[in-house]
Design a protein around this ligand. Structure first.
Ligand SMILES: [Fe+2]
Ligand SMILES: [Fe+2]
Length: 328
């Protein structure tokens, strides 16, 4: 299939609302008017899914937008004000969990140790040995929320970096974006894998059924990417992501093979076995190393980002394993 395959580059429909706030955001975007938000939105503290979906919609205005939504809504002051409010809650939650975890480091190399020592639920051993075809497809639908825009959130950081960190991040991103070949772009490889599994590869197709944890994981990456203040966290997140990718990618490819599921999807994961063994070194030592050499005060944020990556992934793993083990 060519790089311009059906639907891969298309914009998406607004997802159905999941509560008062996402309803009002959706109405505001659909009507290109923030009147539905004129009165202060009701408190959302208790409804994490509603808040996560509302924030996800607001972030998506900065990526590809939505069908029928005026592109100028991206910089609408009322929407930005609401985004700020939701981001403050998200960041506060993250920092609270980070503080409780006691995670700290004296140097960026300790990211390897932090990833190694991080305990908790993990999906890849289950996917390797036990997952059914339906469970695999359920997970791939959830993963598509990120993988169909793989690497985009950290690209926001590029213009915010000094020479050495910028050169190294672009080297890594060049791989993620296919090294000049659209057919090797990782997001595109994932889309082809989805199609081969009989899933809809259209960007955003499965957002409506994504669990809260998946929306939050995506929101955290956008939060880090879109705020220059949080560039250290964006790069720390990238580093932990790469460090924890190679071995799980191998297990997932083997799990797909066990079920005889889609070669194209196995190919996506196999690509990450080799690539991320290289990327982890580049991300930790060169990218985060250069950032902290230039701005030592950002080390704590780099560690926060690494923690956030592990923490979000663990919450997603717990969500799925709880469901699957209960059904077993
Ligand atoms: Fe990738
Ligand atoms: Fe990578």
């Amino acid at each position: 299939m060519g790089a311009g395959g059906a639907g891969y580059g298309a914009t998406m429909q607004l997802p159905p609302p999941r509560g008062t706030l996402s309803h009002r955001v959706r109405d505001a975007l659909a009507g290109s008017s923030t009147r539905p938000l004129a009165s202060r939105p009701s408190p959302v503290a208790d409804d994490h899914h509603d808040a996560a979906l509302a924030l996800w919609m607001l972030y998506e205005l900065h990526y590809r937008g939505f069908d029928g939504v005026d592109d100028r809504m991206e910089w609408d002051a009322t929407l930005l004000g609401l985004r700020r409010h939701l981001e403050d809650d998200l960041e506060q939650d993250l920092r609270t969990r980070f503080a409780k975890s006691g995670t700290s480091a004296e140097s960026v190399e300790e990211i390897f140790r932090i990833c190694d020592e991080h305990e908790g639920a993990a999906l890849s051993p289950y996917l390797h040995r036990h997952a059914t075809r339906e469970q695999f497809l359920e997970l791939l639908r959830a993963r598509s929320v990120y993988h169909l825009k793989e690497s985009d959130p950290v690209s926001w950081a590029i213009p915010r970096l000094g020479t050495a960190a910028k050169a190294a991040l672009v080297e890594l991103q060049y791989d993620e974006y296919g090294g000049g070949d659209p057919n090797r772009l990782h997001a595109h490889l994932f889309a082809r894998g989805m199609a081969a599994c009989g899933l809809d590869p259209t960007y955003g197709a499965y957002v409506a059924q994504a669990p809260t944890e998946v929306l939050e994981q995506n929101n955290v990456m956008s939060l880090f990417g879109l705020h220059r203040r949080l560039r250290g966290a964006a790069l720390g997140h990238l580093a932990a992501f790469e460090v924890t990718s190679s071995l799980p990618s191998r297990r997932i490819a083997q799990g797909l093979d066990r079920l005889d599921l889609a070669d194209a999807m196995q190919h996506y994961y196999r690509e990450h076995v080799e690539a991320d063994a290289v990327h982890e070194q580049l991300a930790v030592r060169t990218i985060c190393g250069a950032l902290v050499a230039e701005s030592p005060e950002l080390l704590d944020d780099v560690v926060l980002g690494a923690f956030a990556c592990l923490d979000q992934e663990e919450r997603i793993a717990r969500h799925f394993l709880d469901r699957w083990e209960a059904a077993a």
